[in-house]
Design a binder for this molecule. Structure first.
Ligand SMILES: C[S@@+](CC[C@H](N)C(=O)[O-])C[C@H]1O[C@@H](n2cnc3c(N)ncnc32)[C@H](O)[C@@H]1O
Length: 280
């Protein structure tokens, strides 16, 4: 007995593919069958469900859609890291923050925050740059995955996740030895207090918690969407930027195949035409 995932028929793959696409724009292309099978088998094992057909019925029969959220949680890729794509942090320091210099308060949005490394990195970068002069800072961090949001709000990371952070930053912004375990670090309360976590499905219209921002991070999530979903999302993100505001996407992504009104600034960096209000 191999203990591997149960076989996933072409018909079942197609049903999961359609459901994931309809619900959140996730583009499960042919070739992803074994990945889908492996990921769904885990949750099926926990539920004691033996076949993909039965699991599909279980997901669509749940009127609260808790089972659907759980399914999407399992299918999405949550890879992230602290200070991922450092050129965006250089851009924040060199260009964005000077333009917001006179504001008493800065609000930002991390639209696919995964396990929290991205929003915490931006808060840390801003505190480092502005130091004692840091204005009131609030970052909205959202994701579709409730599992990721729980982890992100906890702000606890294994030492290996902090590997690339300079020791000085680890000491200033993390508490070592969480829960009595030497290998666990927790983001300090002063940083966590600046981040608010909310569940947002980027395929749907945005909930009331989402405001208008001078900077939106939407990095490494559109890559999982097909062009029509990307197009619709970019149009809605545009509405949520202040004039002159910046949209950062992943460096493996681009808006080249999309019709959009943004100005290209540099790789993975776009600006809504206009001028940011500098607070003065
Ligand atoms: C690869 S991670 C990117 C994390 C971070 N932005 C970064 O660049 O390191 C992609 C995240 O997008 C989330 N995601 C996928 N589909 C989504 C959707 N329809 N709405 C909101 N978030 C979604 C996943 O749950 C996952 O946490």
């Amino acid at each position: 007995m191999s203990g591997g995932p149960a076989p996933l028929s072409a018909r079942d793959f197609e049903r999961f593919r359609r459901l994931a696409y309809a619900y959140c724009g996730l583009n499960l292309e042919p070739g992803k069958e074994s990945l889908v099978a492996a990921r769904l088998s885990k949750v099926m094992g926990q539920l004691d469900i033996a076949s993909f057909g039965q699991y599909y019925e279980h997901v669509v029969a749940d009127p609260s859609s808790g089972a659907l959220i759980e399914m999407i949680d399992r299918l999405t890729t949550n890879h992230t890291s602290f200070f991922r794509e450092p050129r965006h942090f250089d851009f924040l320091r060199s260009t964005v923050l000077p333009q917001l210099a006179g504001r008493a308060r800065i609000d930002l949005w991390s639209a696919a925050c995964s396990s929290g490394e991205e929003p915490y990195s931006f808060v840390i970068a801003i505190l480092e740059e502005l130091g004692g002069n840091a204005p009131e800072l609030q970052l909205l961090a959202s994701d579709i995955s409730t599992r990721m949001l729980r982890a992100a709000a906890g702000g606890v990371y294994d030492q290996s996740r902090l590997r690339d952070l300079p020791l000085a930053l680890q000491r200033r912004y993390f508490l070592k030895g969480h829960g009595g375990s030497e290998g666990l670090y927790r983001v300090k309360p002063a940083v966590r207090a600046r981040v608010r976590f909310v569940r947002v499905n980027l395929k749907e219209s945005f909930p009331a918690a989402v405001g208008i921002y001078p900077l939106i991070l939407c990095r490494n999530v559109m890559i999982y969407f097909d062009p029509p979903t990307q197009q619709a999302l970019i149009e809605r993100l545009y509405q949520r930027l202040e004039p002159g505001g910046y949209l950062l996407i992943g460096h493996a992504e681009s808006l080249n195949t999309i019709a959009h009104p943004f100005e290209y600034v540099r790789p993975a960096t776009y600006r809504k035409p206009g001028r940011l209000w500098n607070g003065r």
